[in-house]
Design a protein around this ligand. Structure first.
Ligand code: AMP
Ligand code: MN
Ligand code: MN
Ligand code: MN
Length: 287
């Protein structure tokens, strides 16, 4: 069976490895097809594509777009996007500009709690100076001794009610799905188990997403506890959504590694069903 991993990050967003190293690591882990899905940027796809050709991996161009829906942040993964499409590229550039302004406010908020230099510090961890986020602040906070590890950095700081958390309006769901579709891609709701929605709100989100032309939902992800897999597989089926699988890898040792995930439940319809690049590259017995 093919090992397909459709969610991961390079140092173009908040991962630590350059895009080519992410691809090489995936290949070493036995991944056959990998989607690079950096937050709000597609700048790593060309390098990942070149590395994938060398490694014999199929690279799926992807992105993870930050959205605000009913006052909460939701992440929408785009798969098989065209990174050069002007609607998508322009939309993402706008989100990245908002991130820089947000980082400034995060730094100011931390300074009010006596932690100075966080804005400059976070930028020191952002290889791509256009794409700064909470992970870069968390890495700096850990390095400065303000938290023992990433987990506690997010628990003590950077989350609602704690120093360094600021409200931020991301783009609308319809924009994210619209840009992905305009560029020829498929929209997928990332890690649905991570959102603080009740069942009714989650159903409303799935309905709205479907109505906009969204097609998939992550069922097997590094962000889900194994006890949640069944729930989201059932929801995918109930809402007529295809199922995706991705580690959400950011850094070696930080969470689940590339491709190291269980298979989708047998009754799910995989998002990759019928993708010609898989059929072209792998024998039908594998695909
Ligand atoms: P941002 O898009 O800047 O708000 O940053 C969100 C990113 O922070 C996510 O994609 C994760 O990589 C990371 N993150 C969020 N919550 C946690 C957590 N509790 N522990 C570790 N990383 C987290
Ligand atoms: Mn991230
Ligand atoms: Mn995410
Ligand atoms: Mn992610």
């Amino acid at each position: 069976m093919l090992n397909i991993d459709l969610h991961c990050h390079s140092n173009v967003s908040d991962g630590v490895l350059p895009p080519a190293d992410v691809v090489a690591r995936a290949a070493a882990n036995g991944v056959h097809a990998l989607a690079l899905t950096d937050h709000d940027d597609v700048a790593g796809i060309a390098a990942a594509q070149a590395a994938a050709e060398t490694a014999g991996v199929v690279l799926i161009p992807g992105v993870e777009i930050s959205v605000t829906w009913r006052g909460q942040t939701v992440h929408i993964v785009g798969l098989r996007i065209d990174p050069l499409h002007p609607d998508l590229a322009g939309g993402l550039a706008g989100i990245r500009r908002g991130r820089i302004e947000r980082a400034r406010r995060m730094g100011d908020d931390l300074a009010r709690s006596g932690i100075t230099g966080a804005y400059e510090g976070a930028f020191g961890y952002a290889v791509n100076k256009e794409m700064v986020g909470r992970t870069h602040f968390a890495r700096w906070l850990v390095a400065q001794g303000h938290a023992p590890d990433m987990r506690s950095a997010f628990k003590r700081f950077l989350t609602r009610g704690n120093p360094g958390y600021v409200e931020h309006e991301w783009t609308a769901l319809e924009n994210a799905v619209g840009w992905i579709r305009a560029s020829g891609g498929m929209a997928v709701i990332a890690h649905p188990g991570r959102y603080a929605f009740n069942a009714r709100e989650l159903h409303l989100l799935l309905d709205a997403f479907r109505a906009l032309g969204g097609e998939g939902i992550e069922v097997i992800t590094g962000s889900h506890h194994p006890s949640e897999y069944g729930k989201f597989a059932d929801l995918a089926r109930a809402f007529g959504l295809k199922a995706s699988r991705g580690a959400d890898f950011h850094a070696p040792g930080e969470s689940i590694d590339l491709g190291r995930l269980p298979a989708l439940p047998h009754y799910c319809q995989p998002v990759w069903q019928g993708w010609p690049e898989l059929a072209d590259h792998f024998s039908p017995s594998l695909a």
